[in-house]
Design a protein around this ligand. Sequence first.
Ligand SMILES: [Zn+2]
Length: 78
Amino acid sequence: MSVFLKNEFAAGGSGDLAPLETWVELWVTNDSDYDQAMSIIENFQKSGDKADWLCQSCGEENSGSFKFCWNCQNTCPE
Ligand SMILES: [Zn+2]
């Protein structure tokens, strides 16, 4: 399988750049590798998904990408 990565060093810019711009891009050079590459990306995205969490202070539900409660700024209990 022949691939190359783009943006592999851009992840350090997360927070300053829009998250979509810092995602690693996986490029395949053979169409026959496309399905395998997509399954790799899907696995990667699943492992990167954080579950929604409930604030222990006020009980509000927060998106997994939030580190602080949107309602009361309590920190995520990770
Ligand atoms: Zn809260």
